[in-house]
Design a protein around this ligand. Sequence first.
Ligand SMILES: Nc1ncnc2c1ncn2[C@@H]1O[C@H](COP(=O)(O)OP(=O)(O)OP(=O)(O)O)[C@@H](O)[C@H]1O
Ligand SMILES: [Mg+2]
Length: 317
Amino acid sequence: MGVEIQIEGLTKSFGRQLIWGDVTLTVPPGEICVMLGPSGTGKSVLLKTLIGLLKPDRGSVVIEGVDITTCSERQLYDVRKLFGVLFQDGAMFGSMNLYDNVAFPLREHTRKPESEIRSIVMEKMDLVGLLGAEGKLPGEISGGMRKRAGLARALVLDPEIVLFDEPDSGLDPVRTSFLNQLIVDLNAQIDATFLIVTHDINTARTVPDNIGLLYHRHLAMFGPREMLLSSEEPVVRQFLNAQTIGPIGMSEEKDADELEAEKGRELPPLPPIPLQLEPSTGIPRRSQRPPGEWCRTYGVTPPPGSFEPAMAMSVGG
Ligand SMILES: Nc1ncnc2c1ncn2[C@@H]1O[C@H](COP(=O)(O)OP(=O)(O)OP(=O)(O)O)[C@@H](O)[C@H]1O
Ligand SMILES: [Mg+2]
């Protein structure tokens, strides 16, 4: 379970506006990847390109041997069935209760009888902790519950790949922690490939196996979590530690004067790398590796205090 996504040389523009160019990465099967990037760098466009809702100018996206950028509509339809997508706002139908919202993909894409649909819907509602709320309308529940309902709906077709567009936006820190734990538990349990777009640095630092950063119309870096969290590359360092010093300014890029003014200002030391969030269910992640393994393998000295249990919740700054 869980399939790989091979992205190569992917380039997308709208009219004359290049969004990103030459994006190459492999999303490993069954692992969790987080994609970061300043607002407007094309993270949502990337997710939409991966499910074939948007056509790239160039490049390929290969899933189970099918390049979805060039395949037939029929093949695309089949590949799409591998995906579950959690859209930014949950994308619930406002006039349908949660039960009907979650049942929707099953009624639309399968010929299952209502009795079977019922057992699947209830199973997924249970999984996301929403049993008992089936009769509620999306407008009657909190944002956190809407996200979880969206997640239940993304899971009903037993996806091999789940895409999350800012699952944590608009949630309070406690709900975000619960959702992150749920994501990690689900990943271990269903073994699907997860790709999460988020702005939450704590999520990015603790949840994924791999992190990517889109910046300045390209993929600035993609690799194992420990690689990015120990990186001295200015853009990566600035973004993952939520610092003001670095190439990223309020309007995407700083100008020469702003950068000049920063010269000589000492960068704060890299904060410790937190422990990865572990499944609470006892089922290990498919890719679970000992803390610090990547750093040891590549001879990188992690920042002092890294991988200590007490640091699990720390955010740099
Ligand atoms: N269908 C479209 N037609 C034209 N331009 C588009 C379209 N969709 C997105 N864009 C443009 O592409 C750029 C990237 O948009 P996108 O929504 O992917 O950003 P994002 O990284 O997801 O930002 P945020 O973090 O704010 O969600 C924006 O400049 C946006 O205006
Ligand atoms: Mg977006």
